[in-house]
Design a protein around this ligand. Structure first.
Ligand code: GLC
Length: 483
C-alpha cells in the first residue's frame, strides 16, 4: 500500500505530466516521500523564474557586448559572425563531403543533395585520448588519414569534391573558409592550434599525404549546421541549439547589428551568429546561481574557470554533478545509510546517460535505477534512496533545461519575429526523456507571449548541415557571379 502511495505521488512529480510540474506541486506532493533534508539541500539547484529572468537580463547584455566592435574583444559571450549569410532554399544540388569534429566521435560523410532528396553515407572514427590531448599536427594528420580511408572506400578519391568542415569549438571566423581557434573546449586540448587557422591546418595535413583532393568550401560550428539542416525543411528556423557533450547556440541576426561582420553582403541582410554561450558566466556573472558541485566540476576539469555555463548544462558534466551531490549526501548520512561504494566515490563514474535512464523509468518504478545502483556497488540502496536519487537527478537535469530555456527565450525576444523554429541536436536533448517538455514549458513562461515557437529535432545537423553550408556557399557564389 505504501509503495502504491509513493507511486501515485511520484506520478505527479514525474516528468510525463510536465504541465503539473510547477514548484508548488512538487513541494506539496513530495513532502510525504522525499526526505526533507534532501529537498532542503537541493533548493539551491532550483532556479525560479526571478532568477531565470535575472539570468536573461545579464545574458542579453553579454550578447550585445559580443556583437559590438567596441566591446567585442573583452566580451565573454563571443558572438562570432559565421559568414553564413543565407539559409538553404531547397535548390541546392550535388555531391559533398563533410567532416564532423567536436563531440565524442569524429565522422566523415558523403552527401548527395538533389531538390528535396538527400542521401548520405558516413563513417565514424574514434579519436583516441592521446590525440585529443596531443599536438595539433597529430590531430590533423589523423583527420586527413580518416578522410583518405573514407574517400577510397566510397570510390570518390579521384574527384575534387567540395567539403564542409563542422568544427565545434570557438572559432573567430575571418571568412567562410578561415577560422582561428580561440580556445579548446570539452575534452580537447591539442597544442599549437589556438591562434591558428584550422582550415589551413587541415589543408596542410592533406597536402602532407598527397593522396586526396578536396576543396574546403566552409568551416562551421555544429550549432550552425543544426540551424541549416532544420532551415532546409522549415523556413522559420532562426536558432540552432546543441545540448550534447557541450552546449551552445547560434541565431540569425541582422547584418547591421553584427558589427564584427565585415564581408560583402550577398543580399540576405542577415548573418548567423555563433554565440559560444558555453562561456557565459566565466566572469562570475552566474556565481549567484552556481553551487559547490559546479565549483568542484570546474576545478577538476581540463579547463578550469572556463565554460561555466556549459558546465551547468551539458552532457560532459551532468552525471558528475549528480555524483557529487550523491557523494556529499552519502557522507552526510542522508543516502545509503551513510555507506557508499568505491565506484560512487570515483570521479566521472556516474555517467550522464544514467540520468536519462533513471528519469525514463515510469513514475514510481525504479528498474533502471536499481540496476545502476547494482552496477555501482550500491546493492544496499533502499526504496527511500531511490526516491531521493531520482529527485536529485531531476533537479540537475531540470536546472540544465531551465538555463537553456532562459537563453532561448532571450534570443526569441531579441529576434522579435512572431513565429520561430528552434533546431536542436545533442545527446542530452535527444535522450533525456523530459528535456523537450521542460524546455517548451519554461520558454513559454519566459518569452514574450506573442511569440510562437517550436522545438525541432535536427536530423544530423553536424553532417547534413556541413554539406548544406557548402552547398549554399556554392549557390550564392554562382548566383553572384551570374549577376
Ligand atoms: C562547446 C564548443 C562550441 C560547440 C558546443 C557544442 O561549447 O565551444 O563551439 O558548439 O560545445 O558542441
Amino acid at each position: 500500500m505504501r509503495i502504491k502511495r509513493i507511486c501515485d505521488s511520484v506520478n505527479v512529480f514525474g516528468r510525463i505530466e510536465t504541465d503539473r510540474l510547477d514548484e508548488e506541486d512538487v513541494d506539496e506532493t513530495i513532502d510525504y516521500h522525499l526526505s526533507n533534508e534532501i529537498r532542503d539541500k537541493c533548493r539551491e539547484l532550483v532556479l525560479d523564474n526571478d532568477k531565470l529572468r535575472k539570468i536573461m537580463e545579464i545574458f542579453l547584455d553579454n550578447v550585445h557586448r559580443g556583437l559590438k566592435r567596441e566591446t567585442h574583444a573583452d566580451s565573454i559571450v563571443k558572438c562570432f559572425p559565421t559568414y553564413v549569410q543565407d539559409l538553404p532554399n531547397g535548390t541546392e544540388t550535388g555531391k559533398f563531403l563533410a567532416l564532423d569534429l567536436g563531440g565524442t566521435n569524429f565522422r566523415v560523410l558523403l552527401i548527395e543533395l538533389s531538390g528535396e532528396h538527400f542521401e548520405m553515407k558516413s563513417k565514424i572514427f574514434a579519436i583516441p585520448q592521446h590525440i585529443m590531448l596531443g599536438s595539433g599536427e597529430q590531430l590533423f594528420d589523423h583527420i586527413a588519414e580518416c578522410l583518405a580511408i573514407f574517400v577510397k572506400e566510397e570510390q570518390v578519391a579521384d574527384q575534387r569534391l567540395p567539403l564542409g568542415f563542422t568544427f565545434s569549438f570557438p572559432l573567430a571566423q575571418k571568412g567562410l573558409t578561415k577560422g582561428i581557434l580561440e580556445r579548446w573546449t570539452k575534452g580537447f586540448n591539442c597544442s599549437n592550434v589556438v591562434g591558428n587557422d584550422v582550415v589551413q591546418m587541415l589543408n596542410e595535413a592533406i597536402d602532407r599525404r598527397g593522396d586526396v583532393q578536396i576543396q574546403v568550401c566552409a568551416i562551421l560550428n555544429d550549432t550552425t549546421g543544426t540551424l541549416m539542416s532544420c532551415a532546409w525543411k522549415n523556413h522559420n528556423t532562426r536558432i540552432g541549439l546543441i545540448v550534447g557533450t557541450g552546449s551552445n547556440a547560434c541565431y540569425v541576426e541582422r547584418q547591421e547589428n553584427a558589427e564584427m561582420w565585415d564581408d560583402v553582403d550577398m543580399g540576405s541582410g542577415k548573418v548567423s551568429i555563433n554565440l559560444e554561450w558555453g562561456a557565459f558566466g566565466d566572469d562570475g556573472a552566474l556565481d549567484f546561481v552556481r553551487c559547490e558541485y559546479d565549483e568542484d566540476v570546474d576545478k577538476n576539469s581540463i579547463n578550469p574557470g572556463k565554460q561555466k555555463h556549459e558546465k551547468m548544462i551539458s552532457g560532459m558534466y551532468m552525471g558528475e554533478l549528480v555524483r557529487l551531490a550523491l557523494e556529499r549526501f552519502t557522507k552526510e548520512g542522508l543516502l545509503f545509510g551513510g555507506k557508499g561504494s568505491d565506484m560512487l566515490f570515483e570521479r566521472g563514474r556516474f555517467y550522464t546517460k544514467y540520468v536519462s535512464e533513471i528519469e525514463s523509468d515510469p513514475p514510481g518504478v525504479f528498474n533502471n535505477l536499481r540496476e545502476i545502483c547494482e552496477e555501482l556497488g550500491l546493492k544496499h540502496a533502499s526504496e527511500q534512496d531511490y526516491i531521493n536519487i531520482r529527485y536529485i537527478c531531476e533537479c540537475i537535469s531540470r536546472r540544465s533545461a531551465h538555463l537553456v530555456s532562459a537563453g532561448l527565450a532571450t534570443l526569441l525576444n531579441k529576434i522579435g519575429e512572431k513565429k520561430v523554429t528552434i533546431g536542436i541536436d545533442g545527446s542530452v536533448y535527444r535522450f533525456h526523456p523530459h528535456f523537450h517538455n521542460l524546455m517548451m514549458e519554461k520558454i513559454k513562461e519566459l518569452c514574450d507571449p506573442s511569440i510562437e515557437f517550436d522545438l525541432m529535432l535536427s536530423e544530423d545537423g553536424s553532417g547534413r548541415g556541413a554539406a548544406l553550408v557548402a552547398a549554399v556557399a556554392a549557390r550564392l557564389y554562382n548566383q553572384n557571379s551570374r549577376t
